[in-house]
Design a protein around this ligand. Structure first.
Ligand SMILES: C[S@@+](CC[C@H](N)C(=O)[O-])C[C@H]1O[C@@H](n2cnc3c(N)ncnc32)[C@H](O)[C@@H]1O
Length: 293
């Protein structure tokens, strides 16, 4: 299918509004990139730090009427798009273009995340085979990577796990491959549930070991290990619920937290959780600890 892309060079304040406007106008995908050419962000992560000079690129089916699309985007923004440029693209599967840049990732001595279309570089390691589909969670994002590193250092043998905000299922599946007895996944995004089931099957896991649910349908059984990589705001809001789903003496790993937000998240959990030392990667912090009461 031929494609068109609309590029808008903008600033930090406008980038998210323009992203929403392009989606509203019918873009099949939107990427945000800084003008110094840093890596493209993964789809689906909400509150992301943006750059002073941000390039927003919307990908459209070439059949669109560009004038109508611009008018729809502008009506959403209530102002004309600054510096917008339409470009014709060669015929290529742009929705999956990111796949060519996705390579195996080593998370610990023994744990690798391997795109399902690549050969594992270390065949005798624990190799999690992954295709995130339309869900978040390739392992490349610091928030996911910090959780995988944590999992690799935990004794998971025979433990029950909850993967809260499971996205691609990467954390729940990682825990199972590292020895957990069973995992339960939940996500508000139905695409995440599809991706999690597909990825569990890709790793040869019996579906009964990784059932996934929309949050309101999830069983309320506490687990030995709670994993939640869902940004600081929801982590604070969900604190009583996530604690209740972690058994006393169980372990909890919270991620998706910018360094500046760590104290606020800790305060929300401190009545029940004794935290270990923080871990940080780029601007992101992982908080992990034990439920004491
Ligand atoms: C940053 S992604 C993490 C995905 C994956 N667990 C990982 O570590 O890469 C956050 C996920 O949480 C989901 N999510 C956000 N708020 C949620 C909520 N209140 N309940 C359940 N899932 C939620 C999103 O749909 C998204 O798939």
């Amino acid at each position: 299918m031929p494609w068109l892309q609309l590029r808008v060079d903008t600033n930090r304040e406008q980038a998210e509004k323009i992203e929403q406007a392009l989606l509203f106008a019918g873009a099949v995908s939107v990427t945000l990139q800084d003008n110094a050419d840093q890596p493209i962000l993964e789809p689906g992560l909400g509150e992301i730090p943006l750059w002073d000079q941000t390039r927003v690129t919307g990908l459209f089916d070439a059949e669109v009427d560009t004038a109508v699309t611009e008018a729809r985007a502008a009506s959403y923004l209530c102002e004309l798009l600054p510096n917008a440029r339409w470009e014709q693209l060669e015929d290529k599967d742009w929705e999956r273009e990111w796949m060519t840049h996705y390579k195996p990732i080593q998370c610990s001595d023994n744990l690798w995340i391997c795109p399902s279309w690549c050969e594992p570089p270390q065949p005798d390691a624990v190799n999690l085979l992954l295709d995130p589909g339309l869900a978040f969670g390739t392992g490349t994002h610091p928030t996911t990577f910090l959780c995988l590193q944590w999992l690799a250092g935990e004794n998971l043998a025979g433990k029950s796990v909850i993967d809260f905000g499971c996205g691609s299922g990467i954390l729940g599946i990682g825990a199972l491959l590292l020895g957990a007895a069973g995992a339960t996944g939940t996500d508000i995004d139905p695409q995440a549930l599809i991706a999690s089931r597909d990825n569990a099957a890709r790793n040869g896991l019996d579906p009964a070991r990784f059932p996934v649910y929309l949050p309101e349908q999830m069983p309320k059984e506490p687990a030995d290990v709670m994993l939640a990589n869902i940004l600081a705001g929801p982590l604070v809001e969900l604190a009583p619920q996530l604690v209740e789903l972690t058994r006393v003496g169980g372990r909890i790993c919270l991620s998706g937290i910018l360094a500046s937000q760590a104290e606020k998240v800790k305060a929300a959990y401190s009545p029940w959780i004794a935290f270990d030392a923080d871990s940080q990667r780029e601007d992101w912090v992982r908080l992990a600890g034990t439920r004491t009461r």
